[in-house]
Design a protein around this ligand. Sequence first.
Ligand SMILES: Nc1nc2c(c(=O)[nH]1)N[C@H]1C(S)=C(S)[C@@H](COP(=O)(O)O)O[C@H]1N2
Ligand SMILES: [Mo]
Length: 213
Amino acid sequence: MTDKDKLIAAKEQWAREGRGLTGAPASPSKRRLPPGQRETLDFPVLDLGDQPNLSTRDWSLSVGGMVDNPIRWDWRTFMAQPQTEIVTDIHCVTTWSRYDNTWAGVAARHLLQVVKPRPTAKFLLLRSYDGYTTNIPMARFDDDDVLLAHTWQGESLSREHGGPVRAMVPKLYFWKSAKWLRHITFSDRDTQGYWELRGYHDNADPWKEERYR
Ligand SMILES: Nc1nc2c(c(=O)[nH]1)N[C@H]1C(S)=C(S)[C@@H](COP(=O)(O)O)O[C@H]1N2
Ligand SMILES: [Mo]
């Protein structure tokens, strides 16, 4: 097995064992830290081991499925959209949390205004340039802190952290925040993504400890 296969196998095993699950409520003195999490000051890199090397010229985002106005944005068009800045805490299912990350990019709510999902569209599937996929309920994507981010802490998002553009869905575990974002499909049906097919939760709310199914 390669290192990458070993890491994936280990994470599948943790999902089966329910690793990280405490069942405990968040302690009131640590309201900021969801149950079973601990704060880290560095910014670990986690992915499937294949980090696409995309210049902004190679990158584009397409959005389709149950929307009235499908789009394909190249870098220039993406950057011409209204820009938003947010500060978020990151909560990774592997139990690290990182506070106060400043992100800049295009708000999910702006994207929704542009593509106009049909009322029947209740689920999103995000697809990335490394083949990664993850599903997000519409109700969680349609939030004022969800961003398609190109900047972290004032710097262009690095390749290892998902540049040129990644999703940032602060209220869900970090695996929902797809790096190297390529495509979003809206659907009336929930299609599981890479980790969801391997035992991770469809909703992924850290405050409810929705780590695994
Ligand atoms: N495209 C892509 N996005 C991804 C992943 C991946 O393998 N590929 N891994 C996810 C997981 S499991 C985590 S914890 C975070 C890690 O993001 P980071 O490397 O910036 O810390 O990215 C998520 N987004
Ligand atoms: Mo993860």
